[in-house]
Design a protein around this ligand. Structure first.
Ligand code: FAD
Length: 412
């Protein structure tokens, strides 16, 4: 039986949110144990672009800078975008531009694994963070002033247990915290493509009767650049950009699309997606169910839930991990203020302030996405007229447009 190790905080889940949380708590001088099941694959330039990518907002960029992980991500690969387009038809087309809110860009598209890896690099440099990986949570027990956490090979005690273990959070279940939510009838297919026409400074989304289709620009990744410059040049002429396409549709249709060869899928994309891409070459594809989950509480005793463990949202506007990063910042702020005021920073009362800071904001964003989703999937001509009128109005009124844009960037 190994000895019990003691930390200020134990974080379960070393994904983007858990790793950010470990770094942010360590910045306050606290000792942190970070527990993760799976070691992420190390980065090398030859690797093809991952399927799982995120649109990272300005607010999230500022947090990643504060955690000192941003510059490494920029050295690896990412794609900045300055414009964001949304439309159902030409009449209602809205285009947001970074210049309108006096910014150089609206965000970056980054592979999830690279964000996580950059944080792990930083974690390795921190003396007050101990990484347990591969390791898994088995159980935890609430103590008078903290928790006792049973892992597969270790036993830890801490004042605070942070659940960042994703949508099916085991910590949330062990804590007996219920959820409200449902499965959407649609699924999302993520498709990495090379496009004939370049469009690396914009991300866009068109609402179709069957569900939205979206394009997230990706860094121009062409390994033949390294191997053979001439071939690379020829390929660049034929395929100038990389992109992550998102295709929302009924789950059965997505299942059927997944059975197609890459060549057949490219033909379907050609039929359905806007003609902005030119011809596409499919590189990789995968499908994901869409679920909405909201934990009934974010805090119980000395446990707090962050990121997808607390909320999963329709990925329509790419807000999921951005909300998770806001949770990270809120928890850091609450704990830091408590330490500054000589309070017991892990007290229930203090931890409830974290929930208070985040719950409404998350709920508003989740409900807004559901509102969009419902309004744009409704077949009624009246609803169609109304939703297009709303987009048309947003486009005409600068104040309204800028407010919506700042919200999306997380800086309002
Ligand atoms: C199709 C799709 C597109 C999306 N696009 C965007 C986007 O553009 N922008 C955006 O902001 N968000 C987007 N999201 C949402 C985003 O991917 C999630 O919000 C984000 O990945 C959640 O991160 P997390 O760290 O909370 O959870 P996860 O990424 O699920 O990480 C949880 C970690 O915990 C570990 N773990 C789980 N259980 C245990 C255990 N018992 N012991 C130890 N470790 C454990 C797991 O191995 C994992 O590493 C999208 C989601 C989908 C489905």
């Amino acid at each position: 039986m190994s000895e019990i190790k003691t930390f200020d905080c134990v974080v379960i889940g070393g994904g983007m949110v858990g790793a950010a949380s470990a770094l942010s708590l360590a910045q306050l001088g606290l000792t942190v144990a970070l527990v993760e099941k799976h070691q992420p694959q190390a980065f090398s330039i030859e690797q093809p672009l991952d399927l799982r990518v995120s649109a990272i907002s300005l607010a999230s960029q500022y947090l990643l800078e504060q955690l000192d992980v941003w510059s490494q991500i920029m050295l690896w690969r990412s794609c900045q975008y300055q414009r964001l387009g949304v439309w159902e038809n030409a009449f209602s087309s809205v285009e947001f531009n970074a210049q309108e809110i006096k910014k150089t860009h609206l965000g970056y598209i980054i592979e999830n694994r690279l964000i996580q890896l950059s944080m792990w690099q930083q974690i390795e440099k921190q003396k007050n963070i101990h990484l347990y990986c591969p390791e898994s949570l088995l159980d935890y027990q609430q103590l008078e002033h903290g928790v006792k956490v049973q892992l597969t090979h270790e036993t830890l005690t801490a004042h605070l247990l942070v659940a960042a273990d994703g949508a099916n959070s085991q910590v949330r279940q062990l804590a007996g915290i219920g959820i409200t939510g449902w499965d959407y009838q649609q699924a999302a297919m993520l498709i990495n493509v090379k496009t004939q026409l370049p469009q690396q400074n914009i991300t866009w989304q068109q609402f179709l009767p069957s569900g939205p289709v979206a394009m997230l620009p990706m860094p121009n990744h062409d390994i033949s650049v390294i191997k053979n410059e001439l071939t690379a040049l020829q390929q660049k002429i034929q395929f100038q950009g990389c992109a992550s396409l998102v295709w929302y549709h009924q789950s059965d249709k997505i299942k059927q699309l997944m059975t197609l060869s890459n060549k057949q899928l490219a033909e379907e994309i050609d039929d359905v997606f806007p003609k902005r891409l030119g011809k596409v070459k499919v590189i990789n594809k995968g499908s994901f169910p869409l679920t909405r989950r909201h934990a009934n509480h974010y805090q119980k005793g000395n446990v707090v839930l962050l990121g997808d463990a607390a909320h999963t949202i329709n990925p329509l506007a790419g807000q999921g991990v951005n909300l998770g990063f806001k949770d990270v910042l809120a928890l850091q702020t609450v704990v830091s203020e408590a330490i500054a005021h000589n309070e017991l920073w892990y007290n229930s009362e203090v931890l409830q302030r974290y929930e208070k800071k985040r719950r409404i904001d998350n709920l508003v964003m989740m409900s807004a996405m559901d509102g969009f989703y419902t309004a744009f999937s409704h077949p009624s001509p009246v609803v169609k007229f109304l939703r297009n009128s709303v987009l048309f109005t947003v486009n005409k009124f600068t104040l309204l447009k800028n407010k919506a844009l700042k919200q999306a960037c997380g800086i309002d």
